[in-house]
Design a protein around this ligand. Structure first.
Ligand SMILES: Cc1cc2nc3c(=O)[nH]c(=O)nc-3n(C[C@H](O)[C@H](O)[C@H](O)COP(=O)(O)O)c2cc1C
Length: 253
């Protein structure tokens, strides 16, 4: 059994390598019964400033996992800092023992810092990384990567920046431009249902969201930007093995 959270498909692509039919966290998090039992249970999630997305954390807190082997595969785009070690300790605090954590470097979908055209052009050797993680999990390897002090400091600095400037990560920055044609795709890819259509245009409710950027990346008109700080408002990303329908199926509320 394998769970995942995705905005642009990296985690879904990875999840599918481990399990034929992975389960999207936004599709189950509100279920009454969150007790899961299997021989092995995994979770694939994207690193957000060294940490899991809020919804992944909530899922970990709410769910009960009955398994002999619990593992996590993290996807990230540039620097996973101390995310594996941090996640391990976070889970221990919640009462979940994690046997194995592995991070996989992929396209970085954080629009305020990265040009997606540049990211897509970099060969990050994803398949090689996947083979290592797949073999490890098949062999039920137990390994939690230990972070360097530098990585812990990097995470602490990023966490402070976001704590001091919540607008950077709470969705306040998500802006719908005049290019919007009201197609409604943003209403279907948002895992927390922040969008609706009014008078033929997309509108957004309150600010707080996952800041996963599924809305911006999957908008066919490129009509959703992260305010003025978008590195390249004309470049967007979805994992080449994943379709828009896959993202909708994963996230639609
Ligand atoms: C809000 C946000 C914060 C991110 N923070 C980091 C980070 O600290 N380090 C990193 O290497 N990548 C970071 N990324 C990039 C994602 O972790 C990466 O692109 C991931 O593979 C996306 O997975 P998905 O396609 O399944 O959504 C961040 C992305 C977002 C949207």
């Amino acid at each position: 059994m394998l769970f995942y959270f995705t905005a642009t498909g990296n985690c879904l692509y990875v999840a599918r390598q481990f399990d034929e039919d992975p389960i999207s966290i936004p599709q189950v998090i509100n279920n009454d019964n969150l007790v899961f039992e299997d021989e092995s249970i995994g979770i694939v999630w994207p690193v957000y400033a060294g940490e899991p997305p809020k919804m992944v954390l909530n899922f970990l807190k709410k769910a009960t996992f009955q398994t002999k082997y619990f593992y996590m595969i993290l996807t990230y785009g540039k620097d996973d800092s101390d995310a594996p070690e941090y996640a391990y300790h976070l889970c221990e605090e919640i009462g979940i023992h994690v046997d194995y954590i592995h991070s996989i470097l992929m396209v970085d979908n954080y629009l305020p810092s990265f040009d997606m055209n540049e990211q897509k052009a970099i060969d990050k050797h994803i398949e090689e990384q996947l083979q290592i993680a797949l073999k490890d999990v098949q062999e039920r390897k137990k390994e939690i990567p230990k972070a360097s002090q530098e990585a812990r400091n990097f995470h602490a600095r990023a966490a402070k920046i976001f704590a001091d400037n919540p607008g950077l990560i709470n969705g306040e920055q998500i802006t719908i431009t005049d290019k919007c044609v009201g197609c409604g795709i943003c209403t279907q890819v948002c895992p927390v249902k922040r969008f609706y259509i009014e008078d033929g245009k997309a509108k957004r409710t309150e600010n707080t969201c996952e800041f996963c950027l599924a809305c911006a990346h999957n908008c066919p008109q490129k009509a959703i930007i992260t305010s003025v700080s978008d590195k390249n408002p004309e470049a967007r990303f979805r994992n080449e093995h994943v379709t828009l329908q896959d993202i909708i199926k994963s996230n639609k509320q």
